[in-house]
Write a protein that binds this ligand. Structure first.
Ligand SMILES: [Zn+2]
Ligand SMILES: [Zn+2]
Length: 345
């Protein structure tokens, strides 16, 4: 099969031919129809993720069709149209048993713990636990964008932030995760404030339901948010993963507010300074959010079916597999508006 592979961290990945995968007894092989290019792939390529072993094929935001099925798989057959959370549970640890596959103790992540979906085919473990059936009406590019950024934001806003109608929600960083969070929080009835450096992303945040937007270059973003909200946001998300956006997110909250850290903080940003006096003095909650388990996709897909959420609006450029290496290497430049998705193989 064709695949995009890198042999050294930070060295240009190449489009090459590798052996076709075969399914494990509990797994399937999917024919990839669409796969997003994400900043997490860039972190993996940079060498920031200790799970990645060389040589490596990235790609974890995928949708496709079941091609081959392992002998122990009960619920899936060739031809089924599916997606998968980027964190696949093992099905037998305490977290999986409690329904929290997103923090599985023995998790598999396509594109990190094994070769991913920048390829014609990708193997998926524990298919009965991890695959999600897609509605016939959903196109593959949209479906691919669900698995990482949109689902991650759904869990961050709905399950971790517990956002409710009428609350103020600040979203720091309006890339794929941030714009998804703006749309989801607005659909939940919240008043959303989007913050970014890029006027094009702020315009899209407004179009997706933000009631206010702020230029991230503003000298005092937290003060501006406290002013707009008359006291601070109820829930705030760092959707980028940077010490500045994280700090702004914490400082813009009202007492007893919730900060949800969604953007990854790796490499030189792995141990940022946290403004603890505010955390303690105002009883701020600090929450992590990490993907979303397969069994919660139904709630999200219902909101898509009802028209309250429209993830298709977040799909940006569609590119070919041959264009993927360049797109991957440029993921830290934040040029793209919306999600870049590989749809030609
Ligand atoms: Zn991703
Ligand atoms: Zn598990």
């Amino acid at each position: 099969m064709k695949a995009v592979l890198f042999e050294k961290f930070q060295e240009a990945p190449k489009l090459t031919t590798v052996a076709d995968p075969t399914p494990e007894p509990h797994g399937v092989v999917l024919r990839v129809a669409a796969t997003g290019v994400c900043r997490s792939d860039w972190h993996g390529w940079m060498g920031h993720d200790s799970d990645v072993e060389l040589p490596h094929v990235p790609g974890h935001e995928l949708a496709g069709v079941v091609e081959a099925v392992g002998r122990d798989v009960r619920h899936w057959k060739p031809g089924d149209k599916v997606t998968v959370p980027f964190i696949c549970g093992c099905g037998s640890c305490s977290e999986c048993h409690s329904g929290n596959q997103q923090v599985c103790l023995h998790q598999e992540q396509p594109g990190f713990t094994h070769w991913g979906s920048f390829a014609e085919y990708v193997p998926i473990h524990q298919a009965d636990l991890n695959l999600v059936a897609l509605p016939e009406t959903m196109d593959f590019a949209t479906a691919a964008s669900l698995g990482c950024r949109f689902a991650t934001s759904f869990r961050a806003v709905i399950d971790q932030g517990k956002v409710s109608a009428g609350q103020w929600v600040a979203v720091h960083g309006c890339g794929g995760v941030g714009l998804s969070a703006v749309m989801i929080a607005a659909a939940a009835g919240a008043n959303v404030i989007g913050v970014d450096l890029d006027p094009a992303k702020l315009a899209l945040a407004k179009a997706l339901g933000a009631v206010a937007v702020l230029d991230g270059m503003n000298a005092d973003v937290p003060a501006a948010i406290r002013e707009i909200t008359k006291g601070g946001a109820h829930v705030s998300l760092d959707a980028l993963g940077h010490p500045v956006t994280m700090t702004n997110s914490i400082l813009c909250l009202r007492p007893r507010g919730k900060h949800v850290q969604v953007g990854l903080m790796l490499g030189e940003h792995a141990a940022p300074a946290i403004p603890m006096p505010k955390i303690v003095g105002q009883e701020i909650e600090l929450l992590g959010s990490h993907g979303m388990q397969a069994h919660r996709y139904g709630a999200m897909l219902d909101m898509v079916a009802s028209g309250r959420l429209d993830p298709a609006r977040l799909v940006g450029q569609q590119i070919s597999l041959a264009e993927a290496p360049q797109a991957l290497m440029e993921m830290d430049k934040f040029r793209s508006v919306g999600a870049t998705v590989i749809t030609r193989f």
